[in-house]
Write a protein that binds this ligand. Structure first.
Ligand SMILES: [Zn+2]
Length: 325
């Protein structure tokens, strides 16, 4: 009990001490401040130089670890004491010292910059009759060969580009659960394209087209977007052969209990690893034997038949499969 009290005392003392050093430092730059409510101090504002101390600094960190400040006269405000000290012309030594007491918000916010993904500016819809260019007709013919209907084109917002980086490419956007774009893939519809695929430089650790997914029903994991379109119902394309961590987290934490894994035979090793993980999480896993045909080649009817024939994977099957590769 005695030790606990001592620890508590040291903690409190530590917080007070840090604050006091910071206050002394800020006082040395902005002039001695006046104590106000809740551990705040008021200073003459370096922005508007109002004759009264109207700039209030919060010396106790808020939940985000910031020390917000605000001038009641000119309404300048910020989250970082460092910004304020720089503005007030503090020497580099003082800034360096201040950095040992407070977080450098400039740095942390820079780290958190999120790239907002947008469709390429040259993206054009394919489901509108406003233009009937030859390029558009090529794009539509390509999709028709892949068994993508006009309904799919509208449902998935499939577009194409006639110019720019994605010239002569089909654009397949994906959306999150709120319907905001979270990724897109582009693939050429030219016969002998030099670049066949082109993807944006953003994280693939997303759940593609989650707005179409009903987590109360069995889900089907497949490789590509065209596969998901062919499967039609509750299919999540992995955009590759890996279950990315956000998707894995979502599956594990959701109520979905039946998971079909429909990946190429050449990805069997990864597929078995995912089966094992999902089974260990108490999910019922179905490993769909695609027999060298992907769902988009197979088509909806044949794939559905195949799914209906597939039985849940047991640990014994899993071991057999593992031994056979
Ligand atoms: Zn001011």
């Amino acid at each position: 009990m005695k030790i606990l009290w001592k620890l508590k005392y040291i903690n409190v003392y530590y917080i007070v001490m840090v604050n006091q050093l910071l206050v002394t430092l800020v006082n040395s730059v902005l002039g001695t401040g006046k104590q106000t409510a809740r551990g705040n101090m008021a200073y003459t504002c370096p922005h508007c130089n109002h004759h009264k101390p109207k700039l209030e600094i919060n010396f106790t960190e808020n939940k985000e670890g910031h020390n917000p400040w605000h001038c009641w006269v000119c309404d300048k405000k910020g989250k970082s004491i460092l910004h304020l000290l720089r503005k007030a012309g503090a020497s580099q030594d003082k800034i360096t010292e201040a950095k040992t007491y407070v977080k450098d918000v400039t740095y942390t916010t820079k780290e958190k910059v999120v790239n907002v993904l947008k469709l390429p500016s040259e993206y054009m819809r394919l489901d509108q009759s406003d233009n009937n260019s030859i390029i558009k007709r090529h794009a539509l013919a390509y999709l028709k060969r892949r068994d993508i209907s006009m309904t799919d084109i509208s449902k998935y917002n499939i577009g194409y580009c006639e110019e720019g980086l994605y010239k002569n490419m089909i654009i397949l956007p994906t959306y999150d659960k709120d319907g905001s774009i979270n990724y897109y893939t582009a693939r050429s519809f030219e016969k002998d394209a030099f670049v066949k695929y082109r993807n944006p430089q953003v994280s693939r650790d997303i759940i593609p087209n989650e707005h179409f997914i009903n987590w109360n029903l069995p889900i089907i994991l497949c490789e590509g977007l065209f596969d998901a379109m062919a499967i039609k119902r509750n299919a999540i394309p992995l955009l590759g052969k890996n279950i990315q961590s956000n998707l894995m987290k979502k599956i594990v934490t959701s109520v979905v209990d039946k998971i079909y894994i429909a990946l190429d035979r050449d990805a069997i090793k990864q597929a078995l690893k995912f089966c094992e993980k999902l089974m260990a999480e108490g999910k019922e896993v179905y490993l769909v034997d695609l027999q060298d045909k992907d769902p988009s080649e197979m088509g909806f009817k044949n794939f559905t038949k195949l799914i209906q024939k597939t039985v849940p994977l047991t640990y014994y099957n899993l071991m057999e499969q593992k031994l056979s590769i």
